[in-house]
Design a protein around this ligand. Structure first.
Ligand SMILES: [Zn+2]
Length: 414
């Protein structure tokens, strides 16, 4: 007995002072009677968040920024998580960290954040308006239809959605999918060739340089499915042009639920004024290598559109000092006119004097002489339809683009 006592004393001395009083350790976890049990952000494309409860019960959702390398720029605007709460509960969610830094200037994305989408099953989504308070505060009011409710900024389009799409179109002889390189984390990047490579005109589309902006993927699906419809129009379209598509440039960011930058802190729609850095932006280096291969083979694209979402939905025409700028602007005017004619686009293009150096549109025009532009899609409202944006509307837009490109390449001969 005496030996055992000595042993216990020795053990206590060896362990040293306890890190917390025993009474504190014994306390049960603080229970909350708030109807929200948990916010799950562990799944594919979920936005990293942490949350807390305000005294009035509002759930404060802190979005996490991704940061740009060698820059004060930071971005948080991707929203995608799963609420787990009591069925029937009315929740108020307030989004925090909307003060982004863009092109070195502080600004809030609160003004652009006018709607969100919700879904019980993660597949069928509906738009809901957001409430705006003073000082850039944005809130979402939801009533839990059951124990689970997904919330997102726009209808998500995940890597698994792209994989399903590629699996569906790959067997078609009109489609060829080629690997062109890998992302920072080693995910394979692919270019979809849709149509015949010997067609007189060629077009390049790129989507998801910025991971939260899903419209481009839905649009691409609409366009490809239209061109694969085995009808007389599709046959005529494909006699005239061949489409090359990089459907998801920032796959790492999409997988991890980031907002803007790649995993080395690079904006993939910047730095196109000089050769891409294969270490910092392998996603852009792969596309650049593909492009230079096409140019070398005598098959450069005649038009390139970089697809994005924002709060205004314009065609972004940048004006680098190139000798053919007038010709470029005339062609873009034809494109804009055809977009108005065949799609619900009413937003027009950026005004004279606009220059945004380093974007794909600016860089490809300046360095390669390719007619290129950034096509934004309004993420809050489609004025031409007087409706909220949805995957279905963006797919329809893509379908109509098949005609737009047909007429564009009919009047702008290569
Ligand atoms: Zn963007």
């Amino acid at each position: 007995m005496k030996t055992l006592f000595r042993c216990l004393v020795a053990l206590a001395v060896a362990v040293g002072p306890a890190v917390a009083p025993a009474a504190e350790l014994a306390k049960p976890p603080v229970a909350t009677n708030h109807p929200l049990a948990f916010i799950d952000s562990s799944f594919e494309n979920a936005s990293p968040v942490w949350y807390e409860f305000a005294p009035d019960g509002t759930v404060l959702i802190h979005l996490l920024y991704d940061q740009e390398r060698s820059s004060p720029n930071r971005a948080a605007g991707h929203i995608h998580f799963l609420l787990q709460a009591k069925p029937g509960a009315r929740l108020i969610l307030e989004f925090k960290n909307l003060d982004n830094v863009w092109n070195g200037i502080s600004g809030s994305v609160a003004r652009e954040l006018k709607t969100a989408v919700i879904s019980e099953n993660g597949r069928d989504w509906k738009s809901v308006p957001l409430e705006h308070l003073a000082t850039n505060r944005v809130r979402l009011h939801v009533e839990m239809p059951g124990p689970r409710l997904y919330v997102a900024r726009v209808k998500p389009y995940r890597l698994s959605d792209l994989d399903k799409f590629l699996a569906a179109i790959r067997p078609n002889p009109l489609v060829q999918v080629s690997a062109i390189g890998r992302t920072v984390q080693g995910r394979e990047l692919e270019i979809i060739r849709m149509g015949y490579p010997q067609a007189p005109s060629r077009l390049l589309l790129r989507a998801r340089a910025h991971p939260w902006e899903t419209a481009g993927n839905w649009m691409v699906e609409g366009l490809v499915r239209r061109l694969l419809r085995d009808d007389a129009d599709a046959k005529e379209y494909l006699k005239r042009y061949c489409v090359y598509i990089l459907p998801m440039a920032n796959k790492d960011g999409v997988a991890l639920g980031r907002t803007r930058f790649n995993l080395q802190g690079r904006d993939l729609n910047r730095h196109w004024d000089k050769p891409a850095d294969p270490q910092l932006a392998p996603e852009d280096a792969a596309l650049e290598k593909w492009l230079e291969g096409m140019i070398k083979a005598g098959h450069p694209p005649h038009l390139a559109l970089e697809l994005h979402n924002d709060g205004s939905g314009q065609l972004h025409l940048s004006r680098p000092p190139v000798p053919d700028l007038t010709r470029y602007l005339q062609r873009m005017a034809i494109l804009e006119e055809l977009l108005r004619k065949h799609t619900w686009s009413t937003e027009g293009s950026t005004k004279a004097g606009t220059r945004n150096p380093g974007t794909l549109g600016d860089g490809w025009l300046e360095r390669y002489g390719i007619d290129a532009a950034v096509h934004e899609f309004n993420c809050n409202w489609i004025a031409g339809l007087k409706d909220y944006p949805s995957a279905r509307h963006w797919q329809t837009y893509g379908e109509k683009l098949a005609t737009v490109f047909y007429e564009y390449f009919g009047s702008v001969k290569p």
